[in-house]
Design a protein around this ligand. Structure first.
Ligand SMILES: NC(=O)CC[C@H](N)C(=O)O
Length: 337
């Protein structure tokens, strides 16, 4: 049955892409063993009747996948749909349901390329809806509460998880299994309680309307790969990525983004052939890579990812290198976004 549109309420569109929030398990005891991306968006919305007290909500099924299977093409397709909806006068806010594994990559991508100050909120869950103490219903309710909130405007793309509101730029999945899985190294922006938002911080980096990147001007993302640092490192992965056509390699380095001495010559050689080398850190609760510490970045013409983790550094480089740039300009972008 169609519910009549309440004209006093904000209009929020829910774009569904899959993940555990759309997951289903065999029994209520299955909190970890289940299939992601099963439940269609209309059923997710029907499962939370209280949404209609917050906003006029309608759903669109964009994909039905687990988020580890997101490709650059999925990012572009989703981004273009978000961009279109954000331009519509009858849309006040957008919620994207998403698997949690790569939610931080999609949220950061949208934060970089969507030119709108309307609230855009990405949400997932850690337990499928069929499980005891499932977290998806409340997370979805909270996401819609943020998306309809005038106070969420202009804060960039947000992630609502576990009652917290995070900037898509900072947030990262730090723990699996637990519902308290998402943290931002510089703290959450706010909280949602009983459908009301409470704010404490503003994002400091360039995003959305202040971004030089625009989804309407991006046809394909640049191929950027990540190579992991560890003891006994070899240059095999770096050379293979270069051979396959990578425009940049993000080094998920040990500690300060350090590079094993036996690999430095290969990375110098690849930079000489035009590939960008981006040093990031594999530490999990807030890397902080500084230029010319550990490695002479000025001399080698390398870039540092600073506080961006390797997967976020890949997103930024894939967007930035949609046009050719020297390392100095790419480094500027890493400081500013
Ligand atoms: N909690 C989750 O959403 C993880 C499920 C799945 N791996 C995904 O990211 O889509």
């Amino acid at each position: 049955r169609e519910t009549p549109t309440d004209t006093r309420l904000a209009n929020v569109v829910i774009l569904a892409t899959g993940g555990t929030i759309a997951g289903a398990g065999a029994s209520a005891a299955n909190s970890a063993t289940y299939q992601a991306a099963k439940v269609p968006v209309d059923k997710l919305i029907a499962g939370v009747p209280e949404l209609k007290d917050l906003a006029n909500v309608r759903g669109e099924q964009v994909f039905q996948i687990a988020s580890e299977s997101f490709t650059n093409d999925h990012l572009l397709q989703l981004g273009k749909r978000v961009g279109e909806l954000a331009k519509q006068g009858d849309v006040d806010g957008i919620v994207i349901t998403h698997g949690t594994d790569t939610i931080e990559e999609t949220a950061y991508f949208l934060n970089l390329v969507i030119h709108s100050d309307k609230p855009i909120v990405v949400v997932g869950s850690m337990r499928p809806g069929t499980a005891m103490s499932a977290d998806g219903m409340l997370n979805l309710y909270n996401a819609v509460a943020v998306a309809r909130s005038p106070e969420a405007r202009g804060k960039g793309v947000l992630v609502a998880m576990n009652d917290e509101i995070h900037t898509g730029r900072d947030v990262s999945k730090m723990i699996n299994i637990r519902t308290e899985a998402f943290k931002s190294p510089w703290g959450a922006l706010g909280m949602v309680v009983e459908g009301k938002t409470y704010w404490f911080r503003q994002p400091a980096k360039r995003h959305t309307t202040a971004s030089e990147f625009d989804i309407d001007r991006i046809g394909t993302l640049a191929p950027v790969e990540i190579a992991y640092g560890y003891g006994n490192l070899s240059d095999v992965a770096y050379r293979a990525f270069a051979q396959a056509g990578a425009k940049a390699i993000v080094h998920a380095g040990t500690g300060n983004g350090s590079v094993a001495s036996q690999v430095v010559p290969a990375l110098q050689e690849l930079r000489g052939r035009g590939l960008h080398i981006i040093r990031s850190s594999r530490v999990t609760t807030g890397g902080f890579v500084i230029r010319n510490a550990e490695q002479p970045d000025d001399k080698y013409d390398w870039v540092v990812a600073h506080d961006l983790n390797p997967q976020k550094a890949r997103i930024l480089a894939a967007v930035a290198l949609t046009q050719p740039r020297d390392a100095k300009d790419l480094q500027r972008i890493f400081w500013e976004y």
